[in-house]
Write a protein that binds this ligand. Structure first.
Ligand SMILES: NC(=O)c1ccc[n+]([C@@H]2O[C@H](COP(=O)([O-])OP(=O)(O)OC[C@H]3O[C@@H](n4cnc5c(N)ncnc54)[C@H](O)[C@@H]3O)[C@@H](O)[C@H]2O)c1
Length: 465
């Protein structure tokens, strides 16, 4: 095996994205005895990891990276070299929903994963432990092991599943103190030995009782199921939000009342314009596809409805805006506050703001988007949307965005939107001025007293006429 220099082990990660970057930075920060190298085909991304401006925004990440960069944490594009030197290879390449061919729109696109497996075979000259960090369909490890072990070099690859449960926006805290680390392995002698190597890495900072081990299939499936359950809670409370509006119940009061039931718990019960992020929709659709593959059509429909509810919530948000604003928004300036799929990230993948913007632009509203971290990504997301080119602009400063607007819509729950000077904003807007709070984060009564007509989700509106 290749030498490890002064380090006790060489660990690498293929894929320097939202998962690979922070996860490996945490391992390097907590384990100075290991050499940790993160590689990617995207040279710009690698250059950014090596610079002062990291490629992703994540609170606390700068410090973690800085503490280890150049000491035992390295970012590189030399993929083959890194593979050859490594004993443990994490793989966190993207696994988006397939857009073509069989399973398009539901199945996971595994081309990046398979390409990585082939890169690993080509560059390896010794036995390796391969760790699935990417979220993958259940039983992918089996396929990977077959591809990898079909090599003619006599090298053995042991594939472990170690799904990542971090949430963007709290990635550093999640990695520092994970609720649990899940490691799935084959129950063979080699599988159990590989599992122990990974347990020992995490045991450097994660308490033993939080390191769960299981068979590979349980680990792979648990990740999909965790995301499906989280998204299901959001869709469930969102489904109740409209009923609340019809019945004068208040969705926040309902959520509080049910959340204090210890069997239910309080988290993921905020009604909103909908969930986003790169994972929830794709992972549920992946689960749906797998269920269909096993002929479990009723199970597939059950989970599919979680996604359908989310699409409905985005549509109804815009329909409500149009209805309230006298059934026409053409030519009206509408400021969207926030574009990231949630606060404390610049990630806009599957953000509800994308659909909302497209629907508003299709109605010929003049949409102005503001966001503290996500404007570059927003511009990329809307490329190719013809109406958007004509009707959408971007503005860093929320006060400027609001100037001359008929309406504001809160799309992301950024803390800073709670404390803006809404009197100043009101004065600069067209009248009657509307606020649509897609995250229920503002003080609605106070806004009403300033003069706004306020439309929260799942509760009574505050209007002056
Ligand atoms: N983002 C999250 O919050 C999150 C959380 C848990 C799990 N996951 C899962 O982790 C995986 C990665 O997600 P992400 O958000 O980090 O994706 P990402 O798109 O941010 O990063 C993936 C990286 O892999 C690189 N890559 C692709 N093919 C490659 C190859 N052949 N060789 C080297 N590099 C390659 C890409 O250039 C990219 O930089 C996905 O399966 C996702 O479902 C994501």
């Amino acid at each position: 095996m290749a030498g490890t220099g002064n380090f006790s082990m060489n660990i690498i990660c293929i894929g320097a994205g939202y998962v690979g970057g922070p996860t490996m930075a945490m391992i390097a920060a907590k384990c100075p005895q290991y050499k940790v190298t993160v590689v990617d085909i995207n040279a710009d991304r690698i250059a950014a990891w090596n610079s002062d401006k990291l490629p992703i925004y994540e609170p606390g990440l700068d410090e973690v990276v800085k503490s280890a960069l150049g000491r035992n944490l390295f970012f590189s594009t030399k993929i083959a070299e890194a593979i050859d030197e490594a004993k443990v290879i994490f793989v966190s390449v993207n696994t988006p929903t397939k857009t073509f061919g069989e399973g398009a729109g539901k199945a996971a696109d595994l081309q990046y994963w398979e390409k990585t497996a082939r890169d690993i075979i080509k560059a390896s000259n010794s036995d390796k432990i391969i760790v699935e960090k990417s979220t993958l369909p259940v039983r992918t490890a089996h396929a990977m092991e077959r591809i990898l072990n079909a090599n003619d070099k006599g090298i053995h690859f042991e594939v472990l599943s170690n799904p990542e449960f971090l949430a963007e926006g709290t990635a550093v805290e999640d990695l520092k103190k994970p609720d649990r680390v899940l490691i799935g392995s084959q129950l063979t002698e080699k599988g159990l030995a590989a599992r122990q190597v990974l347990v020992d890495i995490y045991a450097n900072w994660v308490p033993k009782e939080n390191i769960l081990t299981s068979n590979v299939w349980s680990a792979e499936l648990s990740k999909l199921v965790a995301n499906a359950f989280l998204a299901q809670r959001i869709s469930s409370i969102n489904s109740i939000s409209q009923l609340c509006e019809c019945t004068e119940a208040n969705v926040s009061e309902v959520a509080k009342a049910i959340g204090m039931d210890s069997r239910i718990g309080p988290r993921f019960l905020n009604a909103s314009v909908g969930f986003g992020g790169s994972c929830f929709k794709k992972d549920i659709l992946n689960l749906v596809y797998i269920c269909e593959g096993y002929g479990l059509h009723d199970v597939a429909r059950y989970w599919e409805s979680v996604v359908a509810m989310n699409e409905f919530q985005k549509k109804r948000f815009v329909r409500n805006m149009i209805r309230v604003m006298f059934n026409t928004i053409a030519g009206k300036r509408i400021a969207l506050f926030g574009f990231a799929f949630k606060a404390d990230t610049g990630d806009t993948r599957e953000s509800p703001a994308i659909d909302v913007t497209m629907q508003l632009a299709a109605e010929h509203a003049n949409v102005v988007i503001t966001d503290p971290q996500a404007l570059d990504n927003a511009a990329k997301d809307l490329q190719g949307c013809g109406d958007c080119t004509k009707y959408v602009t971007f503005e860093n400063n929320p006060y400027e965005a609001a100037k001359g607007a008929h309406a504001l819509a809160i799309m992301t729950e950024w803390n800073e939107y709670k404390t803006l000077d809404y009197e100043r904003i009101y004065k600069s807007m067209e009248k009657p001025a509307f606020i649509f709070d897609g995250r229920n984060i503002l003080d609605h009564q106070r806004l009403y007293e300033i003069g706004f007509n306020v439309y929260p989700l799942g509760k009574e509106c505050w209007k002056h006429f």
